[in-house]
Design a protein around this ligand. Structure first.
Ligand code: SF4
Length: 388
């Protein structure tokens, strides 16, 4: 279950959640909070991003469903003018403007009702079926430890979030002012709708096919389990010529094959060529772990994976490399972005695979499955003298 608050012309990630999760709860039992998306949205104008607010009456400490919209000021006219001026030259605004403005012009009495009408209208226009339920949060039904997500205060105007990146989304879409500002993220879904029209759904739906570069079974266990729970169709790419000796490589690969078979996940095995790998890290042999050699090592392996993904139609590449706390998240991210930038049609998925209970689940699965859990990273330089 995912929890959302009500929101006025909500941001793109709000709709990605509505499109991507089968059970979404929009909480009607909370109290109103000022300076949140509950009564504001952000659009992109010729001068840059602009926040537009819905004025409300006597808001402090009140239940969200009781908040009255203030119509004694001409905010609706000003809002419509600002939106029209920002999106008049967008490809799809003219097809939506009348219906959208009609909702505002109908002056729904409460903020809850105004938001509900707009959200439902956008869902229909974009084609988000979703399973959103509105109502008071049932006591005892929410538990973060059960993998449920509370996004009510995560999707917030002043706090950047990683929701789109975590869902494998967030690539740029076409924007009217892209030449002036470059791609501007963090806007209302109106920006997506007016610029991409009915194709908006393509930007909000998680691609199902994921190529997952896997370094070993212990690091892959929780990641694979979570991907399957979230409805992805992962294919594992085993490309680890860093590992030596060959017996160690075979041992790690067999552990992964055993687990993948259990889950019914296909595995693609890359060639083993430790000499080629040594050439890639030449001159960096004395570097410490997390140093320059490791970055080259990640780049070498993830480039092989990105090339395979590009040749075989995988839109997204991820890796289990950073699920271990011994690895640098930044280095893995840099290597993955670099590898995907060198091939056509593959997006790097920079998700933090240690969050959301995955670190704890990783340890549990290692025990449950009795995995061989290596004591060194993989290459000869990562072994202590005693191990060699
Ligand atoms: S220590 Fe690990 S990540 Fe670093 S170069 Fe060796 S095998 Fe690669």
């Amino acid at each position: 279950m995912v929890l959302l608050s009500t929101a006025f012309c909500p941001p793109v990630e709000y709709f990605a959640v509505l499109a991507g999760y089968s059970s979404v709860y929009i909480d009607s039992g909370e109290n109103y909070q000022k300076q949140t998306w509950r009564n504001r949205c952000r659009i992109l104008t010729g001068s840059g991003p602009q926040d537009l607010c819905v004025p409300v009456v006597h808001s402090s400490g009140r239940a969200i469903t009781e908040i009255q919209v203030e119509y004694t000021t001409p905010w609706v006219v000003k809002f419509e003018r600002a939106v029209a001026s920002a999106y008049d030259s967008s490809p799809f605004f003219e097809f939506y403007r009348d219906e959208f403005f009609a909702i505002l012009d109908s002056h729904p009495a409460t903020l809850w009702e105004l938001n509900r009408l707009i959200t439902e209208w956008i869902c229909r226009k974009i084609g988000v079926a979703g399973g959103a339920v509105e109502g008071e949060l049932p006591k005892g039904e929410y538990s973060s430890s059960a993998g449920q997500l509370d996004l009510r205060d995560v999707i917030h105007p002043k706090r950047p979030n990683t929701i789109l990146a975590d869902m494998g989304l967030g690539r740029p879409y076409w924007q009217v002012f892209r030449e002036r500002f470059g791609f501007t993220p963090g806007l209302s879904v109106l920006d997506l709708l007016f610029n991409e029209g009915s194709d908006s759904i393509l930007w909000l739906q998680r691609p199902k096919k994921v190529l997952l570069h896997a370094c070993c079974a212990p690091c892959s266990g929780a990641v694979l389990e979570r991907l399957l729970q979230e409805g992805y169709q992962p294919v594992v790419f085993w490309s680890n010529s860093n590992i030596t000796p060959r017996e160690e490589y075979d041992l790690r690969e067999n552990e992964l094959l055993r687990y993948a078979k259990k889950l019914g996940v296909p595995v693609v095995e890359d060639d083993y060529d430790h000499t080629a790998w040594q050439n890639c890290v030449k001159g960096l042999e004395k570097e410490p772990e997390r140093g320059a050699r490791c970055l080259e090592c990640f780049k070498t392996r993830l480039l092989r994976a990105a090339e395979y993904a590009s040749r075989n139609g995988f839109p997204i590449l991820a890796t289990t490399l950073a699920s271990s706390r011994w690895k640098s998240l930044e280095q893995v991210d840099e290597a993955g972005s670099w590898a995907c930038s060198r091939v056509e049609g593959v997006q790097w998925w920079p998700r933090n695979w240690r969050k959301g209970g995955l670190q704890e689940r990783r340890a549990q699965i290692i025990k449950e499955q009795g995995f061989y859990n290596q004591t060194f990273c993989g290459c000869e330089f990562s072994r202590t003298r005693e191990e060699l």
